[in-house]
Unconditional design. Sequence first.
Length: 139
Amino acid sequence: MDEFGDLLIEVLGIVCAVGLPLFLAIIATYMTIKGRHEEKMAMIEKGVLFEEKTRPERKPGRYNALRNGICMIGLSLGVIVGMVIDSYISSESDWYYLLVPAITVLFGGGAFIVYFILSRSLMEKERREDERRGDFPEF
């Protein structure tokens, strides 16, 4: 009976931890879609014209690959520097295990700052070239 009780607790734990949130997400999605449908049908019955709410058109960033590349280089350098510094520090400190993640995040933040400065200068250069040619980008 003890093994059955342990198995029941494990199964219930998995069902409650995974199944319940998934079930609630499905119910919430269904209720949202059903509510929108009922609202539209009520408007149609009353003869009210409605406009579909559309998301504004998103323009993809021009420098996404540059941002991702600089960020990955910064994070990699952070891990490497953290591991090198880690080998020279004793493990008696309370903060010893936070050294590599902290340096990784520091270098990642530095990479984003480098990206910001670089992309700003590239955009300014493009703007000057467009003004020189007489082309003005549409916004």
